[in-house]
Design a binder for this molecule. Sequence first.
Ligand code: NDP
Length: 478
Amino acid sequence: MREIRNFIAGEWKSTASSIDDVSPATGEVVAWVPRSGQAEVDAAVAAAREAQPGWSRLSTQERSRYLLRIAERLEARAEELTNLESLDTGKPVALAASMDIPRAIANFRFFANAVLHDSPGCHPVDQSAINYTLRKPVGVCALITPWNLPLYLLSWKAAPALAMGNTVVCKPSELTPLTAHALADIVRDVGLPPGVFNVVHGYGAEAGDALVRHRDVKLVSFTGGTQTGAKVAEATAASFRKTSLELGGKNPTIVFADADRAKAIEGAVRAGFTNQGQICLCGSRVLVEQSIHDEVVEGMTRRLAKMRIGDPKDPSTQLGALVSAAHREKVEGYIKLALEEGGKIAHGGGRPRLPGPLANGFFLEPTIITGLSSKARAATEEIFGPVVTVHPFDDDARAISMANEVRYGLAASVWTRDLSRAHRVAAAIDSGMVWVNTWMMRDLRVPFGGMKDSGLGREGGVYSLETFSEARNVCVAL
Ligand code: NDP
């Protein structure tokens, strides 16, 4: 049994009460997590506040070197981190090894370099004046992250925040604390000054809420559900603190009849079911041109039938467990709702039978639902599990209107061989990101974030540097 502790002012701290951390694959308790509240949050914010001036006075080069050392240590411990992430989330070890951990390493390397090449701008006014812009640190940043991509998303926030001279207090999901704990250990190892990086574990409604309301927290970067995002926005709005919100999605995968069918089907399966469908970018609404609707459904079904569900520790497993019993029940509730709304199950819909301790895990078959109205609740609300609904459309205009009829606007993928159609449709979809003939091909320089109920603000590349700093313009008359 592991004992997870808070990391405050460079020291490990326990709390009086704790929360069980359960393995989604077996239902066994694998660790105890601190149940932090106001006192722990106060201590972490005070430590971060005290450390901030010293950290921001270091040269950019020095801060960059710390981040590179963190990346090196993450790389050296990649196998251990991969196993921890898989144990904690129920995701296949192969996915953690190919996506989560390499990306966490890349996040630290990328921002260690990006900050060195930042040039915020200079605007001369003829012969009369010159403007130049400085980026100053914001102060103490609260970084609140969900359970689906724990280290990947935490590093996505921590690296740019630290690079820009801020100090941070992180509140990971209490469901998946293991890699945040390991990151704190690495931070200690590389000798980051005490208080620069702090982790407070616990429930969102207790530790998370206390953190976002803390008056010494000057910026909140939150990734999580839309409802929680609204609470965070309320807590920060009245004090005008910088807030970045990366929220939910109900992303369309749009397949036109002229697409490379095999690639489109493969892409729709990958977009729908990677990480058991628990990625904000997952394509959970597959919109298919009427003439190829049945072919696409059959193609996806054939692939899902071959998908290996089971032990996340087995390197050949492709689909692991959902994160918790409660989350599986929520997803199953949506499958039931879809049937009540007139949908039909084309594949899956139930719990797989698995041997031994896996029988107690939170597994669910990959599920395809057809025949639903595109306006049905199951087709428009975020399910965040291995469930996609498939809907036919007649022409481009209908494909676009269906893509836009949900409250979310995070991502979309468009599959077509017609280049003009690809550009036209991509421009017409209300979402922060559109992929054409691919899905989740990420470049860390590009803006990442959503429109409508999918969030506020953009992170990534220079957008992260902007998010985690205050731009100040200086105008000098010549
Ligand atoms: P939640 O919104 O439930 O939680 C996210 C984080 O916020 C957790 O650490 C949670 O703690 C904490 N939290 C909960 N309540 C509060 C509060 N009142 N104040 C401050 N913090 C709080 O999301 P999930 O963990 O369920 O993650 C899934 C959601 O995340 C999905 O909707 C998904 O779309 C979204 N997501 C968005 C991404 C994006 O980039 N747009 C990327 C990945 C996921 P606790 O765990 O204790 O509740």
